[in-house]
Ligand binder design. Structure first.
Ligand code: NAD
Length: 282
């Protein structure tokens, strides 16, 4: 399966980053969102980040210009029909993702690969919206996409071998280190990361140590680049709380259950970095 033209659904935090790395690797990219304003905002962010790359000497001006020339924006779904690979990065709601894939299933050719950037939802359940679920796969990128090197490729039991191979080839060409994980709740990254985060919050709740010292325990003792509480602040307490609730339910494991302290902080609007206050003041 040859991938040359990539369509990205959603020009938000993740979508614009996926457009950036794909174009930089020489793929033709169509960046789609619900209206032209959001498409332009996404394209502007790509331009800004490529520009920063040039300023920092990580990128030549030619590479920036070539990448920009490969990206076009659109708010017309029909423009995505010729894509070889569709990567979805719209909000984390299964009905929304399924509805979009259902529409694209009718528009795209039979060889198009459908990928979702969901951070927690079941790939098989999203794939159930397609006539041929074997062409669906998970491509879990990390934020900021142009900096983080991991690509978590998630296969559901029906994902075809050639689809998996083509996506691994894409991941390698955009310079990511790929891991392959089966379609289990939270995949490898969110399951381990959220478990550690919830336990760290329980430790604050029980007065084991301060957030600063718990984070230092992991950053200095285990070489984690960021401690679990600071990371929870960066992701957003509300976002992590909903992932924790989902994983506790799906895995039937109380270790993922959000602690009372977290629920109280979310109710008080202490959401972390984005609200200015979480376990740290930002
Ligand atoms: P975001 O809110 O920043 O961007 C979502 C974009 O989708 C917005 O621009 C919105 O206008 C657009 N959108 C909404 N409905 C649409 C529709 N019907 N058609 C096309 N576009 C539509 O969200 P995000 O943070 O980029 O997250 C996108 C996905 O990536 C989610 O599934 C999320 O769980 C996952 N994810 C996010 C992160 C992260 O750190 N933000 C990391 C990994 C995975």
């Amino acid at each position: 399966m040859s991938v040359e033209h990539i369509a990205i659904l959603g020009a938000g935090t993740m979508g614009h980053g996926i457009a950036h790395v794909s174009a930089l690797a020489g793929y033709r990219v169509s960046l789609y969102d619900i209206d032209d304003g959001r498409v332009s905002a996404g394209l502007k962010k790509v331009r800004g980040n490529l520009e920063k790359g040039v300023e920092k000497g990580k990128l030549t001006a030619e590479a920036r210009d070539e990448a920009l020339a490969l990206i076009s924006g659109t708010s017309a779904l029909a423009d995505l029909a010729p894509a070889d690979l569709v990567i979805e990065a719209v909000p984390e709601r299964i009905e929304l993702k399924q509805a979009l894939f259902r529409d694209l299933d009718a528009l795209c050719g039979p060889a198009t690969i459908f990928a979702t950037n969901t951070s927690s939802l079941s790939i098989a359940r999203i794939a159930a919206a397609l006539r041929d679920p074997s062409r669906m796969i998970g491509t879990h990128f990390f934020n900021p996409v142009h900096i983080m090197t991991l690509l978590e490729v998630v296969v559901h039991p029906g994902t075809r071998e050639d689809v998996r191979a083509a996506v691994l080839e894409y991941g390698t060409r955009i310079g990511k280190e790929c891991i392959v994980v089966n379609d289990a709740p939270g995949f490898a990254t969110s399951r381990l990361g959220v478990c550690l985060g919830m336990e760290a919050i329980r430790m604050v709740e029980q007065g084991v140590a301060s957030p600063e010292d718990i984070d230092k325990a992991m950053s200095l003792g285990y070489r984690h680049p960021v401690g679990p509480l600071r990371l929870t602040d960066m992701v957003g307490l509300d976002v992590r709380m909903s992932i924790g609730e989902y994983l506790a339910r799906e895995l039937n494991n109380p270790a993922f259950e959000p602690p009372q302290l977290m629920r109280r902080m979310v109710a008080e609007g202490k959401l972390g970095q984005k609200s200015g206050q979480g376990f740290y003041r930002w």
